[in-house]
Design a protein around this ligand. Structure first.
Ligand SMILES: *[C@@H]1O[C@H](CO)[C@@H](O)[C@H](O)[C@H]1NC(C)=O
Ligand SMILES: *[C@@H]1O[C@H](CO)[C@@H](O)[C@H](O)[C@H]1NC(C)=O
Ligand SMILES: *[C@@H]1O[C@H](CO)[C@@H](O)[C@H](O)[C@H]1NC(C)=O
Length: 174
């Protein structure tokens, strides 16, 4: 068999395999912050190594008073000489969402975390809240490869109470 044909064949198979790869998402940092420690105490907010190419997100926080009126401000930014607003900046009523599942985009994120969190009920929320070992990310969007920051600002009674921000690296489906 011609040596060159074999090389070309190997090259084609290799590029086919590479091209059929799904997009990969790896969380690279998690930062949580309470703006009001008499309402929200963040105990734990950390990524753990899950495998060579994966990390898992772990958050443990206590709501010291019941939260009946919760809005979530979601913002996604892409890194390009600093993080710049990109894709979306969006606020919605989280209590209404838990009653009606009425936000298609939020539902995509919800489907990712519902089985690994304590969030599966309607308002009010009080006491220990957890996200445990979240690593199964099937990102619903294809986007340009790069570093991203997804900011979650939690607003109770119209005032920001805490933030859970996740940095991740996205490699697009080629
Ligand atoms: C901080 O939390 C306390 C206790 O729940 C609440 O009464 C107060 O309104 C909060 N302050 C702000 C600025 O949201
Ligand atoms: C949450 O964090 C607190 C403070 O670190 C700890 O005492 C508690 O055991 C944790 N709870 C769970 C269920 O991990
Ligand atoms: C919680 O999760 C279960 C199983 O996925 C589902 O059947 C149930 O409707 C959920 N409850 C709420 C309040 O979302």
């Amino acid at each position: 068999m011609d040596y060159k044909v074999v090389i070309v064949g190997i090259y084609l198979i290799a590029s086919l395999l590479l091209c059929s790869e799904a997009p990969t998402v790896k969380m690279t940092n998690a930062v949580c912050k309470s703006y009001n420690k008499s309402w929200v105490a963040v105990h734990y907010c950390r990524l753990k190594a899950y495998s060579r190419i994966k990390t898992s997100l772990n958050i443990n926080a206590t709501f010291l008073e019941p939260a009946n009126n919760i809005h979530l401000h979601l913002k996604m930014m892409k890194k390009a000489s600093g993080y710049k607003p990109f894709l979306f900046d969006y606020t919605f009523d989280a209590c209404e969402f838990m009653r009606k599942r009425n936000q298609p985009f939020v539902k995509l994120i919800w489907n990712l975390i519902k089985d690994v969190s304590t969030v599966n009920h309607t308002c009010p929320y009080v006491g220990l809240q957890m996200v445990h070992d979240f690593h199964h990310i099937q990102f619903p969007l294809n986007m340009p490869s790069g570093d991203y920051l997804l900011l979650f600002d939690w607003i109770f009674d119209g005032k920001p109470q805490f933030a859970t921000n996740v940095y991740f690296n996205f490699v697009e489906d080629s």
